[in-house]
Design a protein around this ligand. Structure first.
Ligand code: ZN
Ligand code: ZN
Length: 357
């Protein structure tokens, strides 16, 4: 028992909870700092408006990404930072502030297919403007000078906003503003831009922590990359068809996309073995050590990894898969399968939300 590493870890965690949480927070913050440093070419500024307020910055997926990229930002900068890092910082990302990120996103999507874009129609904007007008004169963020209604929002002042209003505002949009109007705009709200609203929840590094993180990272990366870094970078290049944000999204989320499915994998993938096992479970699937009768998918890297060590005629898992009628997928295909499922689910929820208001 004494040698059980897992039990020891667990005991350590339990008795050092605060310390462990602090490490976690600091590590997330470090990953976020490094990613922002890399993708802003060291400027630590928004690529569009050039603001340099750290807690307002976010990583934006430049090409495509559609409805997904905005969801990724607010909640997961730490995770996206470490994920991008583990893949050798692939191209296709830039640093934007929350305001610019939202505007860039909203102008790049088609209103007919997207719920949020529909929420930006003239009628709804008018209703929103009416509500914000009641809480700010002149109509602007109460901290800065941003006046674009699309990136302004109502913020619950401490103790303000009754519970049912709070819940309405979480669901967002028209019904919330309508309800405020019906109640003749009760007090307890202020107008904030997205930067100043979401900035309240982001951990802020001290100047010293920020400098030290960047200096240490730069020092480590000025020399030859380590073998591990090198391997991962190669893997990332070979696997560049995989949309990193999809990987992130599916890594962060849980779903039932793989419910009833048994999944096995072989060879080195972009995800580590642990990540893959967790991934399968998070989406409701069952992990099979090796493919056998009843296994749904065998995930391999053979279709994209030129350095693949798998020889189709020699790989026992591939042979077993073929013998048992197991479908062979690449990592990308598995991720696409899950994210397509999630997209269908999101579209369905948006449709329900839209018809509900
Ligand atoms: Zn900006
Ligand atoms: Zn502001």
């Amino acid at each position: 028992m004494g040698g059980d590493r897992r039990a020891i870890n667990e005991r350590f965690r339990a008795s050092h909870r605060e310390q462990v949480n602090l490490w976690k927070t600091q590590n997330h913050l470090r990953q976020r700092i490094i990613a922002i440093h890399v993708y802003s070419d060291g400027s630590m500024r928004c690529a569009l408006c050039r603001t340099g307020v750290f807690e307002h910055l976010t990583i934006d997926h430049v090409d495509g990404g559609g409805t997904r990229h905005r969801q990724s930002d607010g909640r997961a900068n730490g995770s996206i930072g470490s994920l991008l890092r583990s893949r050798g910082f692939p191209p296709g990302y830039r640093v934007l502030c929350q305001n610019c990120n939202f505007l860039a996103w909203i102008t790049s999507i088609t209103p007919s297919v997207n719920y949020m874009a529909r929420a930006m129609t003239k009628h709804r904007l008018k209703l929103k403007t009416g509500a914000l007008d009641a809480y700010a004169d002149p109509l602007k963020c109460s901290v800065c000078d941003v006046t674009d209604v699309r990136v302004l929002t109502l913020d619950h002042l401490h103790g303000g906003g009754r519970e049912e209003l709070r819940q309405l505002s979480v669901k967002g949009g028209v019904s919330f503003y309508r309800e405020l109007r019906r109640r003749a705009y009760p007090s307890g709200f202020q107008v904030l831009c997205f930067n100043h609203n979401s900035g309240k929840r982001v951990p802020i590094p001290t100047e010293e922590f920020l400098r030290e993180t960047i200096d240490r990272w730069s020092a480590r990366n000025s020399g030859e990359p380590s073998r591990t870094d090198d391997r991962r970078r190669t893997m990332a290049r070979e696997n560049e068809n995989t949309n990193i944000l999809n990987v992130m999204m599916v890594n962060e989320d849980t779903s039932t996309a793989l419910r009833g499915k048994r999944v096995s994998f072989t060879g080195k993938l972009g995800m580590t073995r642990d990540e893959m096992v967790k991934f399968i479970a998070a989406h409701g699937g069952t992990f099979d050590e090796a493919p056998r009768r009843g296994t749904t998918f065998l995930v391999t890297n053979r279709d994209w990894n030129k350095g693949s060590t798998i020889t189709p005629t020699k790989s026992r898992k591939l042979i077993a898969a073929e013998e048992n009628g197991v479908k062979i997928l690449s990592e990308k295909e598995l991720i696409d399968f899950v994210s397509a499922y999630q997209a269908r689910e999101a579209a369905e929820n948006a449709r329900k939300a839209a018809t509900g208001t």
